[in-house]
Design a protein around this ligand. Structure first.
Ligand code: MG
Length: 159
């Protein structure tokens, strides 16, 4: 069977009084992400992994952060567009594995909501969509609460 692998990475700064969206769900927090869109680093990493697997460029190419069209954008809509771009090239997601590094708040209570939100957009069962979370043991910019990082690995298979 034909199979391709893609990986993606994203980071956003954290500031007081902003919304925090991760994996397509709102995370209760008095701090959130500085971004042109909703700042959902998990979805942005996932989009880049999917685009990378299909060699279709990156999220900044397709959704420029100087475009008013994507200001405050719901990242789930970006992901929908990316899945459509892959389909136009004859590909569909096979599985996805996302790792989010965030010092606080704890993401464990939100992991299943993220998987259940992302899976239908990817047209996958939730058991093919993995979301993992870690702190960085208070080390580095993530550990100081200055930002959030996410990595995604995906496979894509022929439609
Ligand atoms: Mg981003």
């Amino acid at each position: 069977m034909q199979l391709r692998i893609g990986q993606g990475y994203d980071v956003h700064a954290i500031a007081d009084g902003l919304p925090m969206w991760l994996g397509g769900v709102p995370i209760p927090s008095d701090r959130g992400f500085v971004a042109h869109s909703d700042g959902d680093v998990a979805i942005h990493a996932l989009c880049d992994a999917l685009l990378g697997a299909a060699a279709l460029g990156d999220i900044g190419l397709h959704f420029p952060d100087n475009s008013s069209e994507w200001k405050g954008a719901d990242s789930k809509e970006l992901l929908r567009r990316v899945v459509e771009m892959l389909a136009a090239k004859g590909w569909k997601p096979g599985n996805a594995d996302i790792t989010i590094a965030l010092q606080a708040p704890k993401l464990r209570p939100h992991i299943d909501a993220m998987r259940n939100t992302l899976a239908p957009i990817l047209k996958l069962p939730a058991d093919a969509v993995s979301v993992k979370a870690t702190t960085t043991e208070r080390l580095g910019f993530v550990g100081r609460g200055e930002g959030c990082e996410a990595w995604a690995v995906v496979t894509i298979i022929p439609l």
